[in-house]
Design a protein around this ligand. Structure first.
Ligand SMILES: [Zn+2]
Length: 458
């Protein structure tokens, strides 16, 4: 959250820490108006009690501008909210809550604890695991249902589809259940020769249900329309589409059981708040540990004990290497040849952004113009906001590092992260507010199908 603090805000951090830090000793309402501030800084008795009972709370931030929204969602992936309605919901610890409130003073934000969502989040961590369906979200397939669908596609279209393991999840490596990590590869095998590849990874963050379902429907659409639709037929004749439908199956299973779960299921390091595990999207070995992640094993953005320490990350890195032979030189500034084929897209939910590398610096990435051009093209089709992750943040601010897109961009000039969500759901009052909007996928899907298919021309 340091990226939001400037000089005046920095001077207020101590004030906020003193006010909120005194919660356990002085559970009485405290109010102050900082010099030059635009609002009051309040730590109420209710907030103090909430932090005593919940190390992680759901905070609601009402912001003012689209830039505010971009700055927030690039640091914290919201668990809900609406750009149109001007608010986001974030699950944050006390330190982040304090900093958000301080930053809010200079940016005109209102930062509050959402008691109802906090209670829901806390209760979700106590749910028993092992559910075989997603309660309340029947339109999203479970890990097992996703895998069964993919197996069936491979059986139904043996000349167009294959479904294979490329490694094991953390739990499986420990002999504690878990899953294979599988990739669904689509292409017309009758047309031989080297073909460019589109690789899509989905739902690396466990509670983001939508990406896995979108990727599965993309596969079903391509296979059902081969031989019927000229674009689809051309695409599978001349290219390969690799889909990792469930990039974090262990964590996903915890989320499907009702937990608001983001990380993998690595419980090597115990956490009093129950939020163990590593954030796989902060664990990739490029620029690991240089900012935008946490060293606290109980934090939602915990980067892991080392670069690519998690088996899921190692598996994905190996798969990406397999998909895209390295075409760049060793230097960070080395560009890939313009003729380098291939596109990599990592799908998240929810922010309505199309992002491209770099994520850890404001420096334009090699092949930056081409990345921007294709990112804008994708955004044209799905109506999202195109941006490099660092485009709307202060120049000296820390960035988010060791993510999938930046890692993959070391190998190919075309890598994106596209946080997805509903943009025209039938029930906006609900569907626009949650990471897992109920049954919005039929509404989201057509826009993404067109957008992803547009990547074929890259
Ligand atoms: Zn995510």
């Amino acid at each position: 959250m340091r990226r939001f603090t400037n000089g005046p805000a920095l001077s207020l951090i101590l004030s906020a820490s003193l006010l909120l830090g005194a919660c356990s000793q002085t559970p009485q309402p405290v109010a102050a108006t900082p010099p030059g501030g635009t609002g009051s800084l309040v730590a109420s008795a209710d907030e103090c009690r909430t932090f005593e009972q919940n190390p992680v709370v759901v905070s609601r931030i009402d912001f003012r501008t689209q830039r505010d929204w971009l700055d927030i969602v690039k640091t914290f992936e919201p668990v809900g909210g609406s750009l149109e309605e001007g608010f986001v919901l974030l699950d944050v610890g006390k330190a982040d809550f304090e900093r958000l409130r301080v930053t809010g003073l200079t940016r005109g934000w209102t930062v509050q604890i959402d008691a109802r969502e906090t209670q829901r989040h806390s209760a979700s961590l106590k749910n028993p695991l092992g559910a075989l369906s997603i309660n309340g979200y029947s339109c999203y397939r479970t890990v097992e249902e996703t895998y069964t669908s993919a197996q069936n596609l491979a059986a139904q279209y043996p000349n167009l589809a294959s479904w294979s393991s490329f490694g094991s999840s953390w739990l499986k490596t420990k002999g504690r259940g878990g899953y294979d990590m599988n990739v669904l590869k689509l292409t017309n095998r009758s047309v031989t020769g080297t073909k460019p590849r589109l690789l899509i990874t989905a739902s690396i963050h466990a509670r983001e249900y939508t990406p896995a379902e979108l990727a599965t429907r993309f596969a079903e659409y391509l296979l059902a329309n081969y031989g019927r639709d000229a674009d689809v037929t051309w695409m599978l004749d001349t290219q390969e589409v690799w889909l990792v439908l469930q990039s974090n199956p262990d964590g996903r299973k915890k989320a499907e059981a009702g937990a608001s779960w983001r990380k993998n299921a690595n419980d090597t390091q115990a956490c009093g708040n129950g939020l163990f595990g590593a954030d796989l999207n902060r664990n990739f070995n490029y620029a690991w540990g240089t900012g935008g992640s946490s060293t606290d094993p109980c934090n939602e953005t915990y980067r892991g004990v080392g670069a690519a320490s998690e088996p899921e990350t190692q598996n994905l890195q190996t798969l990406i290497r397999d998909a895209f032979p390295d075409s760049r030189g060793p230097a960070r500034t080395d560009a890939a040849p313009a003729s380098t084929p291939g596109v990599y897209i990592d799908i998240h939910s929810y922010s309505k952004l199309v992002l491209w590398p770099w994520g850890d610096t404001s420096t334009v990435a090699p092949n930056g113009a081409a990345l921007q051009s294709l990112g804008r093209k994708l955004a044209y089709f799905n109506g999202y906001t195109p941006s490099s992750p660092s485009a709307c943040t202060p120049p000296a601010a820390p960035r988010t590092t060791s993510r999938t897109g930046s890692w993959a961009s070391r190998r190919t000039p075309s890598s994106w992260a596209t946080p997805s969500s509903s943009r025209a759901a039938p029930s906006p009052a609900r569907s626009s507010r949650r990471t897992r909007p109920p049954c919005c996928t039929p509404c989201v899907w057509p826009a993404h199908r067109t957008s992803w298919a547009a990547a074929r021309t890259a």
